[in-house]
Design a protein around this ligand. Structure first.
Ligand SMILES: Nc1ncnc2c1ncn2[C@@H]1O[C@H](COP(=O)(O)OP(=O)(O)OP(=O)(O)O)[C@@H](O)[C@H]1O
Ligand SMILES: [Mg+2]
Length: 357
């Protein structure tokens, strides 16, 4: 644009400074349908929002509102009976510039998925190959994207496990998923998702299966990675309090549509839609701080092997509501696994206290 049109050079500078940065991801009017025995299900009905580079965009909403369907569309992994019926998803890709993801060929997806977009899936239980070691699972994501040097792969796997806070990576890399706790499996999935330094990370309820302490650790880890690498994060959660604490912007979904979207500070302090207000009223962290009972789990020890290490250790309350002592469970592995990982002992100990506030 010429200076004459804009007036003085100063006016030009102001305009340039005020221009919003190009979004890393732009979703525009996305429509997704599932084919079912009872006909077509409109799971996503005209959703639009952006994810900025290095920022967190949280998508919140009740179960079935279409959050995972949006996430799966962005990484090209919709269920076989799902299809994008309209709209566009543009990724501002580091190497190739703006890339339209809707209608991309499977060949191009194979180059993009994992390298440019990483996914931390909703269910850590089923997402790791039970008969591959943890090290082999993380290495696989490096190999898919062309890494061939075995020594370099091994070094990077150990570095990634260390980066996500797994102690003793050399020993842990040789173990199998059933020898890891839920929180540790979730960290392995994060290691796999970030292995190729993707520009966009999608975390679909990354912590909903975890207890509050491990949840915080995993969310802190994601925050740190984002700050260190500048990765944009599309963070899906049904927990408004978590979104408020972690996200730069919030998209509230209901029935496959966006109810409202904007900077998290604005959406959560001055919600425009009645639905967001209702969600906030229902969320304990935002709701009426009237008299409530709180159940607190303390003194947790869990672990595998004959002598598990305590996870958190707090003095036992005088009159717990529930007390679990040295609960032991033995898991038997598959016959094809090495002898050392065929069976495993898990010990659990915790108390539950009742607080009134
Ligand atoms: N494979 C599928 N076939 C048919 N319908 C589906 C399929 N997957 C999802 N749906 C439907 O699409 C809608 C959106 O589901 P989706 O899993 O995206 O919701 P969600 O917001 O992620 O929910 P949750 O918080 O429970 O994970 C729901 O009505 C769901 O029943
Ligand atoms: Mg979901």
């Amino acid at each position: 644009m010429s200076q004459t049109l804009l007036g003085t050079p100063d006016a030009h500078a102001t305009l340039v400074a005020a221009a919003p940065p190009t979004p890393l991801l732009s979703i525009h009017d996305l429509v997704v349908q599932y084919r079912t025995e009872r006909g077509l299900v409109d799971a996503v009905r005209g959703v639009s929002f952006d994810v900025a580079p290095g920022k967190v965009t949280a998508v919140v909403g009740e179960s079935g509102s279409g959050k995972s369907t949006v996430a799966q569309s962005v990484i090209g992994l919709l269920a076989a009976n799902g299809r994008i019926a309209g709209g566009s998803i543009t990724l501002n890709e580091r190497r190739e510039g703006p890339t339209e993801l809707v209608g991309l060929s499977e060949r191009r997806w194979r180059g993009l998925r994992g390298r440019c977009i990483g996914l931390i899936p909703q269910d850590p239980g089923n997402s790791l190959n039970p008969v591959a070691t943890i090290g082999a699972s993380v290495a696989e994501s490096l190999r898919i994207h062309g890494q061939k040097d075995r020594r370099a792969i091994r070094g990077r796997v150990l570095e990634l496990l260390d980066q996500v806070g797994i102690d003793d990576p050399v020993r842990r890399a040789k173990q199998y998923p059933h020898e890891f706790s839920g929180g540790m499996r979730q960290r392995v999935l994060i290691a796999t998702a970030i292995a190729n330094d993707p520009e966009l990370l999608i975390a679909d309820e990354p912590t909903s299966a975890l207890d509050v302490t491990v949840q915080r650790t995993v969310l802190d880890l994601l925050d740190r990675l984002r700050q260190e690498t500048g990765t944009g994060l599309l963070f899906i959660t049904h927990d408004l309090a978590v979104a408020a604490e972690r996200a730069d912007s919030v998209v509230v979904m209901r029935g496959g549509a966006v109810q409202e979207a904007g900077p998290s500070e604005r959406v959560l302090t001055r919600p425009e839609s009645e639905y967001t207000r209702q969600l906030m009223a229902d969320a304990p962290a935002f709701g009426n701080p009237g008299k409530r009972e709180r159940i607190v789990v303390v003194d947790v020890a869990e672990g595998v092997g004959s002598d598990p290490e305590p996870l958190i250790s707090v003095a036992a309350p005088a009159s717990p509501v529930l007390e679990v002592r040295e609960l032991r469970q033995e898991f038997r592995g598959r016959a094809e696994l090495p002898r050392s990982s065929r069976s495993m002992m898990c010990r659990l100990r915790f108390h539950v206290e009742r607080h009134t506030r």
